[in-house]
Design a protein around this ligand. Structure first.
Ligand code: Z5A
Length: 209
């Protein structure tokens, strides 16, 4: 049987890295084979593109270039990792996917959603996540948490207003697709965040059977 595609999203400092292991453990405890991956990245080519996107060497790249690089890396990721894994029956757990393009390049940079949707259809065909956990929290809290990191990358160097637009777009995406999204209140301490995640993943697994 084909596997399911689970994605985790959120603004800067939402706690994705802190929670991905936890999500993976929940799925594996349910007896599922899990392929864990991330975007941008997930393949050798994709990780090279990630370096271009996150580094400061091309700090002034055009917004369309940024979007197209995201989808270039994504095409490779789908062809080499995501589709083969799902077809073999594994579940794919991905740290960010196309919702991040809608939120960052759409909401953050102002690229029209229709343009992103055209790329989504082209690159993904019918592939969409089955479950998306959106870790949501006030931007100021996220930036405060992330501020403890050493060197900010090209995205982390953006201003608060940019992340406000990103957060708003994420919440709009979640409201438009309530069957796929579970919005997790990530402002709580880690244990309380993980209790919500456990509930959301448990509900998804129950619905499947
Ligand atoms: N991007 C894009 O623009 N378009 C696209 O299509 C895609 C991506 C796919 C890289 O993403 C960038 O790519 C991203 C968007 C763009 N840029 N930004 N911003 P990334 O996912 O690799 O990078 P990231 O957003 O910086 O995420 P991260 O480092 O993986 O994780 P995080 O969500 O920021 O959180 P964290 O590292 O787990 O936690 C941050 C800190 O908070 C850390 O000290 C934790 O210990 C602490 N923390 C976590 N949870 C809690 C709670 N509950 N209470 C208190 N403290 C906490």
């Amino acid at each position: 049987m084909r596997g399911k595609f689970v994605t985790v999203e959120g603004i800067e400092g939402a706690g994705k890295s802190s929670n991905l292991d936890f999500v993976q453990r929940l799925l594996e405890r349910a007896g599922l084979r899990v392929v864990r991956t991330r975007e941008p990245g997930g393949t050798e080519l994709g990780e090279s593109v990630r370096d271009l996107l996150l580094g400061h060497r091309h700090a002034g790249m055009a917004d369309d270039t940024e979007l197209l690089l995201m989808f270039g890396a994504r095409a490779e990721h789908i062809a080499r990792v995501i589709e083969p894994a799902l077809a073999s029956g594994s579940w794919v757990l991905c740290d960010r996917f196309t919702d991040a393009s809608y939120a960052y390049q759409g909401g953050g940079r102002g690229i029209p959603a229709a343009r992103i949707a055209a790329l989504e259809d082209w690159v993904q065909g019918p592939l969409r996540p089955d479950l998306t956990l959106l870790l949501d929290l006030p931007v100021a809290t996220g930036l405060q948490r992330a501020g403890k990191r050493s060197t900010p990358d090209r995205f982390e160097s953006e201003q608060q207003a940019f992340f406000e637009r990103v957060r708003t777009r994420y919440l709009e995406l979640a409201a438009a697709a309530p069957a796929r999204f579970r919005v997790i209140d990530a402002a709580y301490p880690l244990e309380a965040v993980q209790a919500q995640i456990q509930q959301a993943v448990g509900d998804f697994l129950d619905d499947r059977t």
